[in-house]
Ligand binder design. Structure first.
Ligand SMILES: NC(=O)c1ccc[n+]([C@@H]2O[C@H](COP(=O)([O-])OP(=O)(O)OC[C@H]3O[C@@H](n4cnc5c(N)ncnc54)[C@H](O)[C@@H]3O)[C@@H](O)[C@H]2O)c1
Length: 350
């Protein structure tokens, strides 16, 4: 009672001032700053008591998101087809995280994973539809439709299945958040190096908009996130298979650093996880149907630099044939232009 009295007196004097004049700083504040514009002393958990499923949570971006979401008070279910890696992430993060085997291309698995969230926690607040696979190096002329179906089953069908089953349990509650992982390939085609992957990822912002429209009526937000190149297992393995057998994560990160538009900085899985946290928290409460591109402006770059053009023209006229194709090959070899970042020719020479 005495404490309440003192506190009420304090409030009468103004926030944070007790009757004896002692100034107390709030440990939490409703906004990012307290009344004297200093940051709050304790960070506010942004997903307290939320229940999230993260598909592809056994690897790179997904496991970074699982860790960050859990540190912000969420209960997380890692849904992945890689049981060993998934269990390992659960052990690393501890308490608030569970693993559920799930192949996102199989409807029964996706349905069971959503049901598992209800069994364990009684609700589903967030679905981070993040599982994905890379595709082989192909051209349209040589497109292998079995590869197309296999990749599309995960990268597109998997996303749609996730939305379908999340909606099944979110619509009756009239609340929920769905976040889909696209890629910078959703806005920039990146040449022909991963044709199927690029086509798959280009679908995701469109699916996101359609879902945002239909589910928005039920109080559900749907967004997507587009990461820049990251040397995760999927990307390292792809380069080992199609570019250079002995390439390692470090070499690939060097290549990414070389073409990063942000000097001295490459994109990390934590950068993407932080974007995901924003889109899955109430802070983005009026944002839906959007594609958050996290690439330090990489996809904004139009590769036209008059000084570079002068060099290209010079090297073309010095070369034997003087043709445009030899000038292009020279540029690929110099490897220091932005768009060469994901060019296997350049990477194989690092
Ligand atoms: N790494 C990049 O450069 C990059 C860039 C843009 C977008 N992305 C996208 O980010 C997402 C995560 O990829 P990452 O880079 O963290 O790679 P990663 O290999 O580290 O993680 C991918 C995870 O997805 C899981 N997975 C694959 N197929 C699955 C399936 N059918 N069902 C369930 N799980 C499955 C894998 O087991 C793995 O744990 C993918 O959608 C990827 O396309 C990655």
């Amino acid at each position: 009672m005495i404490l309440w009295f003192l506190l009420l007196q304090g409030l009468a004097l103004g926030p944070g001032v007790l009757t004896d004049g002692t100034v107390i700083k709030p440990v939490r504040s409703a906004g990012p700053f307290d009344e004297d514009h200093s940051p709050p002393l304790v960070p506010i958990p942004r997903l307290e008591e939320k229940v999230a499923i993260i598909t592809g949570g056994a690897g790179g971006i997904g496991s970074a998101a699982a860790k960050l979401f859990a540190s912000h008070g969420a209960y997380v279910i890692i849904a992945d087809k890689n049981d060993t890696a998934g269990e390992k992430v659960v052990q690393q993060i501890g308490g608030r995280v569970l693993f559920k085997h799930c192949d996102v291309s199989k409807e029964a698995d996706v349905a069971l994973t959503v049901n598992y969230a209800l069994e364990k926690f009684g609700k589903l607040d967030i679905l981070f539809n993040n599982a994905g696979v890379a595709s082989p190096l192909q051209t349209f002329q040589g497109l292998n439709m079995d590869d197309y179906d296999r990749c599309t089953a995960v990268n597109v069908r998997g996303i749609v299945l996730g939305i379908k089953h999340a909606a099944r349990v979110m619509v009756p509650r009239r609340t929920g958040i769905i976040l889909n992982t696209a890629s910078i390939a959703s806005v920039a085609t990146g040449g022909t190096i991963k044709l199927i992957y690029n086509m798959n990822k280009a679908n995701i912002p469109g699916i996101t908009k359609v879902a945002a429209y239909h589910l928005g009526k039920h109080g559900i937000r749907v967004n997507c996130i587009s990461p820049a190149g990251l040397a995760t297992e999927m990307v390292v393995d792809w380069h080992k298979k199609f570019v250079q057998e002995n390439i390692d994560r470090h070499t690939l990160e060097k290549a990414f650093l070389r073409c990063s538009p942000l000097n001295g900085r490459i994109c990390t899985t934590e950068d993407i996880a932080k974007g995901a946290l924003y889109l899955c928290s109430d802070e983005s409460g009026y944002i839906s149907g959007q594609n958050l591109i996290i690439d330090a402006g990489y996809t904004n770059i139009v590769d036209y630099d008059p000084m570079e053009l002068r060099k290209k023209l010079k090297s073309a006229s010095n070369s034997d044939s003087g043709s445009l194709s030899s000038a292009t090959a020279n540029t690929a070899e110099s490897g220091n232009r932005d768009h060469q970042c994901f060019n296997p020719v350049v990477i194989s020479k690092l």
